[in-house]
Design a protein around this ligand. Structure first.
Ligand code: NAD
Length: 294
């Protein structure tokens, strides 16, 4: 099969490289960043110079792009996938979008005979790299079944959650919870530091106690090493939480905790941390307290 991959950054890159390693498919990649393309061609993919060139010959095209506006441009724009793909091509979008964007892209593709699965992912760069990333798929069940072996070539957990739009619903609910956990993890670690405990010992305790979470486990090593290289950029986390809060407004859900976390994210971005890792929420607390966690 001919596979296209557009957007091979922090997440798309390792997922694309796992397809190259784990299948015999021909893989063609395009990214605005030549270094990101080179990391895939080094493993046997071929590079392309445009979305159109990838879309024109692929049986399945993956996208993993930062913001909904990038996804809309690459899929529905004049130089995009709908304009250049053959009827019968399948688009699998791995990006995080709103349900409305996913449905709009799906409908635009359907008008051209292109089938589409929205397939947002969870687990971050480590799990995209080791092939344990979770994929939550919204779309037609038959298209899902037909593409399941391909999805399983880079994920051990692929879950069909309903029609198109529901993948985004699952992803935004998950991330809202994960960011609330991340803010709570920062508060707990910094509270302990301010109260005088050895934070490495506090980290060991909580990793084995009832306050543990993925967010808490992930925060310790980054905080202790002062390593805020993304990972998962605060700008992208802010995008996800904004989409989750828009969804809450649409359905009339009175979110309580997430809006506070949104304020923390806004403070971090205003302080210039938007391109840094989303664990930089910790640094917002540190700035308020006037001390670092270590
Ligand atoms: P990233 O910025 O590292 O990668 C995106 C890539 O897309 C970049 O290499 C960029 O050059 C490329 N790109 C942008 N516009 C393009 C265009 N028009 N044509 C071709 N390439 C283009 O972002 P990421 O962290 O890999 O995130 C990608 C998506 O996955 C986002 O929607 C994000 O919310 C989601 N996501 C990220 C994580 C994470 O931990 N980083 C986890 C789950 C989901």
């Amino acid at each position: 099969m001919k596979i296209g991959f557009i957007g091979v950054g922090n997440m798309g890159g390792p997922m694309c490289r796992n397809i190259i390693r784990n299948t015999n498919h021909q893989v063609r990649v395009f990214d605005l960043n030549p270094a990101a393309v080179a990391a895939c061609t080094a493993l046997g993919a071929t590079g392309a110079d445009s979305t159109a060139a990838v879309a024109a010959e692929a049986d399945v095209v993956f996208t993993s792009l930062p913001m909904p506006r990038h996804v809309e441009a690459v899929t529905l724009g004049p130089d995009g996938i709908a304009a250049h793909a053959r009827a019968g091509t399948v688009l699998i979008d791995l990006s995080t979008n709103s349900p409305a964007t996913a449905r709009r892209v799906h409908d635009g593709m359907a008008a051209k005979g292109v089938r589409m699965l929205e397939a947002p992912v969870s687990g971050g760069v480590p799990r995209a790299t080791d092939g344990t990333i979770v994929i939550m798929v919204g779309g037609d069940a038959a298209v899902f079944e037909a593409n399941l072996p391909l999805l399983k070539s880079f994920s051990k957990e692929v879950i069909h959650v309903g029609p198109v739009g529901m993948g985004s619903v699952a992803k935004l609910c998950n991330n809202m919870l994960a960011f609330c956990n991340a803010a709570a993890a920062s508060e707990a670690l910094l509270l302990g530091a301010a109260a005088g405990i050895d934070v490495h010992k506090l980290y060991d305790v909580i990793c084995n106690a009832s306050g543990n979470s993925d967010a808490f486990r992930g925060l310790g090593p980054k905080a202790f090493a002062r390593n805020f290289t993304p990972g998962f950029a605060l700008d992208l986390a802010h995008k996800d939480l904004r989409l989750a809060l828009e969804m809450a407004d649409e359905v009339g859900m009175p979110a309580m905790i997430a809006p506070q976390v949104m304020t923390l994210m806004r403070m971090g971005r205003a302080a210039g941390m938007g391109a840094d890792d989303s664990s930089s929420l910790l640094r917002v607390y540190e700035a308020a307290l006037g001390r670092e966690v270590t």
